[in-house]
Design a protein around this ligand. Structure first.
Ligand code: KG4
Ligand code: ZN
Length: 341
């Protein structure tokens, strides 16, 4: 492939517990390698110090793999020469984890004398929807649901993204994981709730939905109401009713998300609706969005699972837009655990 006149981005993502690198040429993803850190499973959550150490171990092999997959016929020098810019996740995330990716990207940019591009992780989750064909046209709405965030974003153009609603406490992923813990399921509980929910009755138990104004969300009350409900039951209740409990919890979370999404469509008049973030792997949510699309005449888009959870391809596609807009960053740029949009 003649990539000399093309925009070739090498992107790094290391904000939490996935070390990932991706190559994007002219907006097309050629590779997206991801090293998942299983070390955290035994601790019931991500341990920041262990995450940083695992990123240190994984980053070189992950970058080598992504370059090899994208350019199998080029030698090491040719692979480096072809890169137009190096991109990295700047925020938000675990600071030690971010630092590994930022320092790696800076070193590479300096040694190759190629420009550097910083990317906001949550904006990248939204733009993951632009990777696949067909991609939404602008404007579109995106419901981003992950372990740390729950947002409705209005995307007017690739670099004009506005948060029009977000959680005031827990994220949707936390609601899944914390409820799963109450039900005695291991971390991360979201995928297990999904699995058992498929076998249960979503209307078996009713949990109160929060009354939050406008387009914002709240999930902490749901966790408390489930806790109080379980405390009132006889021993063995959870084991006997596991599938129905999972189905009812999942149903409630999806109802909360979908109601706000409907409100956002009415408020903005935008009828292209996308999903993003790890919770968009949830089969009930995917189905509910598709059904809402058919019922209300929305065009719906859901990225494939690989681009829903943390990945560098979404960083690469965002950097591709930033490259075209001339939005580069300097070598003194630094990561941030929390970041303004
Ligand atoms: O986006 P993500 O991979 O990581 C960040 O939080 O940035 O999202 C992880 C979250 C976890 O809370 C996990 O339980 C949830 O996504 N999750 C799911 C499913 N798969 C992952 N929640 C419900 N159903 C699933 N199938
Ligand atoms: Zn994420």
């Amino acid at each position: 492939m003649d990539t000399n006149s093309k925009i070739t981005i090498l992107a790094i993502e290391s904000s939490c517990d996935e070390t990932s690198a991706s190559i994007c040429v002219d907006g097309k993803i050629l590779s997206n390698s991801i090293a998942t850190q299983s070390v955290h499973e035994q601790y019931g959550g991500v341990v920041p110090e262990l995450a940083s150490r695992a990123h240190m171990q994984n980053i070189v092999p992950v970058v080598e793999t992504c370059l090899q997959e994208a350019f199998p016929n080029l030698n090491a020098t040719e692979k480096m020469a072809i890169i137009s810019a190096v991109a990295f996740t700047q925020a938000p995330g675990l600071i030690g984890s971010l630092l590994v990716g930022v320092q790696f990207a800076k070193s590479l940019s300096l040694s190759l004398n190629k420009p550097l591009i910083s990317v906001h992780h949550m904006q990248a989750h939204v733009l993951a929807n632009m990777i696949q064909d067909p991609a939404p046209s602008f404007p579109f709405l995106c419901l981003t649901v992950s372990g740390g965030h729950t947002q409705i974003v209005l995307a007017r153009s690739p670099l004009d993204l506005e948060i029009i609603g977000e959680t005031i406490d827990d994220a949707a992923g936390e609601a899944f994981d914390k409820t799963a813990k109450l039900l005695g399921l291991p971390y991360p509980g979201g995928p297990l709730i999904d699995k058992y929910a498929a076998l249960g009755d979503p209307l078996a138990f009713k949990f109160a939905e929060p009354q939050i104004p406008e387009l914002d969300f709240s999930f902490s009350g749901l966790k408390t109401s489930i806790l109080y409900f379980l405390q009132k039951q006889v021993p063995g209740f959870i084991e006997l009713n596991r599938n129905d409990l999972c189905a009812s919890v999942q149903y409630t979370i999806i109802q909360i998300l979908l109601k706000k999404l409907k409100k956002a469509v009415v408020k903005t008049g935008v009828k292209q609706v996308c999903l993003a973030g790890g919770v968009s792997a949830n089969s009930g949510l995917r189905q509910a969005l598709q059904e809402a699309g058919i019922k209300h005449g929305w065009k719906t888009y859901i990225p494939s699972f690989e681009y829903c959870t943390d990945n560098a391809a979404m960083i690469a596609i965002t950097a591709y837009y930033k490259y075209q807009a001339g939005q580069f960053t300097s070598l003194d740029s630094y990561p941030s655990a929390r970041a303004e949009w």
